[in-house]
Write a protein that binds this ligand. Structure first.
Ligand code: F6P
Length: 367
């Protein structure tokens, strides 16, 4: 055991919220081992994201709780998508008069927390920021497979999901080629196309559709016909779950929802597959990779990033630097004000080099 250093923070709560991802436990381990071993802090694990803080569902974490979890998928604390500020006042029924935020503030006080560490995506860090404006000390830690958090150059979870998606695309290549089929694979990413763009390049996708570039089905059809004419009877189409056609991009949200309800397809991947089949007359199959992208053990790079962000968060706690989100900035561990990610989504800039890279190797971006 090394020398115990001085710390402003004596007791903190830690929670994980939003979609889980590989690396979350590595990050928890990073925060807790540094906080316990280097700064002798008391750690309270809060169950199931903000829901646990509302309900007072917590436990004191001991070293054996956060040892040996580096390679474990998911989160030992559990997660939820509870959004305390979303509920109208009075909706939540508890002894504090039905106010989720009041319940959080009351439990924060009851637990004598000096700070709350929140590991999550856009929504989680936004809630953290809003709680800091209510007077709580909060430190945020970015995580998501979507890589869509403003303020950090990368989020852990992304590279693990990228490896999973790339392997899936590799496998689709062989079956597409065997049957001269067009294979459409739908990937996660919420409203940003990072995962589809990077996995499409890594997996050699012939078409990559991302939300940032609304697609023209005719342009896709022309590209696939050219491939057939060059003797390639199969193609791989990588579609981000948030992708949309140029027609849909022109619609208001409500109109788009109504339009999509009229189509029988359960999601964009199936819609694109059907549109291609109708346009091209080629046999087209759709695969929605779904939650496997969020499961399993973290990649080495995600373990390193998660651990580094975790120990950086412990250092912020020790220095009493609250209201910040730790971040990868360039190649350095840094932090930004919690207001930076608040309410924002980091989408793929249309001039991002990876789009040009894809086009340079003959990929159709749907236009
Ligand atoms: O934010 C991570 C993510 O996996 C997104 O890519 C996806 O759209 C969403 O979570 C799914 O949310 P849920 O787990 O609530 O179904």
């Amino acid at each position: 055991m090394g020398t115990i250093l001085q710390s402003v923070t004596k007791t903190f709560g830690i929670l994980t919220a939003g979609g889980d991802c590989p690396g979350l436990n590595a990050a928890i381990r990073g925060v807790c081992r540094a906080a316990h071993d280097r700064y002798d802090m008391t750690i309270i694990g809060i169950a199931n994201g903000y829901r646990g803080l509302i309900d007072g569902n917590y436990r004191f974490l001991k070293p054996q709780d956060f040892w040996g979890i580096l390679t474990r998928g998911g989160t030992i604390l559990g997660a939820s998508r509870e959004k305390p500020f979303k509920a109208s006042r009075g909706e939540y029924d508890n002894e504090l008069g039905g106010d989720k935020v009041a319940a959080i503030k009351e439990n924060y006080r009851k637990l004598h927390l000096d700070c709350l560490v929140v590991l999550g995506g856009n929504g989680t860090n936004t809630t953290g920021y809003l709680l800091s404006r209510e007077g709580l000390n909060v430190v945020g830690l970015p995580k998501t497979i979507d890589n869509d958090i403003v303020g950090t150059d990368r989020t852990f979870g992304f590279y693990s999901a990228l490896a999973i998606a790339t392997e899936a695309i590799d496998r689709l290549h062989s079956t597409a080629q065997s049957h001269n089929r067009i294979m459409v694979i739908e990937l996660m990413g919420h409203k940003a196309g990072w995962l589809a763009l990077y996995a499409g390049v890594a997996g050699g996708g012939d078409v990559i559709l991302i939300p940032e570039i609304p697609y023209d089905i005719n342009a896709i059809g022309r590209h696939l016909v050219k491939r057939v004419q060059s003797g390639k009877g199969f193609s791989i189409v990588v579609v981000s779950e948030g992708a949309l056609s140029i027609e849909e991009a022109r619609m208001e949200k409500k109109e788009r929802k109504k339009y999509r309800e009229q189509t029988v397809a359960p999601s964009i991947g199936y819609r694109v597959a059907r549109e291609i089949e109708q346009e091209m007359g080629m046999e087209t199959k759709a695969t929605v990779l779904g939650y496997v992208q969020r499961g399993g053990i973290p990649s080495a790079s995600d373990r390193v990033l998660a651990t580094s962000l975790g120990t950086a968060a412990a250092d912020l706690l020790a220095r009493g630097e609250y209201g910040r989100m730790v971040a990868l900035i360039g190649n350095e561990m840094g932090s930004v004000d919690l207001s930076v990610p608040e309410g924002k989504i980091k989408t793929v800039p249309v001039d991002h080099y990876m789009i040009d890279t894809a086009i340079s190797v003959g990929t159709c971006m749907g236009i």
